[in-house]
Design a protein around this ligand. Structure first.
Ligand code: MG
Length: 381
């Protein structure tokens, strides 16, 4: 089956035929997309979610993820994950699972590449500081900011502001803003999958980075059952591994264990339920996630990571320093709006100086933030 060179109409037919062959009935099919806020002609050989993925990939916000820390700062070396490599791992793992389950990989990839583009410098520490700065005017959330970037701030097209993504990708990101509220309908399975792949990914790579950086040892982490089981499976398979290779094999096992378990539990559930469409799955009580036993083991690992890694004195020190810096920059920009580059003046008039300061700081990489702090707050160095 190949794309026809005749007309855009025949290309959309080709995408439809391809998805009919590859996707399960409960997947989100491109032909059922609710479209974009600003209508556009179909592309001659890319489907709507492929275009969304490409638009996100080519955005400035996506490129800047390479300079934003995931959990560990660049002061700690250059081995560990950045927000960009984390995003790529999430996309890869989610696509692997999505392919087995017959979900729409293009939509999955677009959602995964988008999910963290709203992160400010210095990870969650940065997010908490910015939220505090503007708590009286709606606060700041990286998930909400990703939508602002995609709908307003990225200026790449003359026809419309933002990236004009499909409603499915925007709705998927909106679901991330408040997962606790009961919305009646479940999110698309592709949206739920990216969320599950996100935690699968960071549970494994934060374990890897924390041990590599010497914040905890593998022995200390073996008090967690998921790690203990992974060590056991590595020891059964190999003998005489170095510490370095043991850590890598354990992390590999950790990813494999979570992905395999998620696939086998969800594939069984999906088969039993026999959903005939994406809408059927959304109206059911089915949740695409890890099986209960593994979910509990993941919770135990996440509690360990929170207490022993994310709250490690080395990270608390970095966190406090970063937060003080961001808060000082916020005050400095609010007191001196002329410090914003000229091209942001219009935005400042539209959203107010305080929100402009938050958005401008949130867009910075860690290094640019450091340089800007030195430039605009020399008295505080
Ligand atoms: Mg993430």
């Amino acid at each position: 089956m190949t794309v026809s060179s005749e007309s855009p109409a025949s290309s959309s037919r080709w995408i439809e035929q391809r998805e009919a062959l590859l996707l399960a009935p409960y997947a989100m099919f491109s032909c059922n997309s609710q479209g974009r806020l600003h209508p556009e002609n179909e592309h001659s050989y890319r489907g709507p979610y492929q275009r969304d993925r490409d638009r996100i990939l080519h955005s400035s916000a996506y490129r800047r993820l390479s300079g934003k820390m995931q959990v560990f700062t660049g002061e700690m070396g250059d081995y560990h994950r950045t927000r960009l490599t984390h995003t790529q791992e999430v996309a890869t793992i989610a696509r692997t699972i999505g392919r087995v389950l017959g979900l729409n990989e293009d939509l999955i990839e677009a959602l995964a590449l988008m999910h963290d583009i709203g992160h400010p410098p210095y990870g969650h520490a940065g997010e908490d500081a910015l939220h505090e700065c503007i708590a009286d005017e709606g606060g700041f959330s990286h998930n909400q900011f990703a939508l602002t970037i995609a709908q307003e701030l990225e200026i790449r097209y003359s026809e419309f502001p933002g990236l004009n993504l499909t409603r499915e990708v925007l709705a998927g990101q909106t679901e991330r803003i408040d997962k606790t509220k009961d919305q009646g309908l479940k999110p698309l399975l592709e949206v739920q999958l990216v969320d599950a792949a996100d935690s699968t990914t960071y549970d494994a790579h934060d374990t890897d980075d924390a041990i590599k950086l010497g914040l905890v040892t593998l022995e200390e982490m073996s008090e967690v059952q998921l790690i203990r089981d992974a060590i056991q499976s590595v020891r059964e398979k190999y003998t005489g591994l170095s510490n370095d290779l043991t850590r890598k094999a354990v992390v590999h096992s950790l990813v494999e264990r979570q992905v395999t378990s998620l696939i086998s539990w969800c594939a069984g559930q999906l088969q039993d339920r026999g959903f005939g469409s994406a809408a059927d799955a959304m109206q059911s009580d089915f949740v695409l996630d890890h099986a209960v036993e593994l979910a509990e083991q993941k919770k135990e690992l996440e509690t360990f990571l929170y207490q022993r890694v994310y709250r490690h004195p080395d990270l608390i020190r970095v966190r406090k320093k970063a937060q003080n810096r961001l808060k000082a920059m916020f005050v400095r920009y609010c007191d001196n709006p002329d410090l914003f580059p000229a091209k942001y003046q219009q935005r400042s008039e539209n959203v107010g100086v305080k929100r402009m300061a938050i958005e401008y700081i949130a867009g910075m990489t860690d290094d640019f933030c450091e340089q800007t702090f030195r430039k605009i707050c020399p008295d505080l160095i």
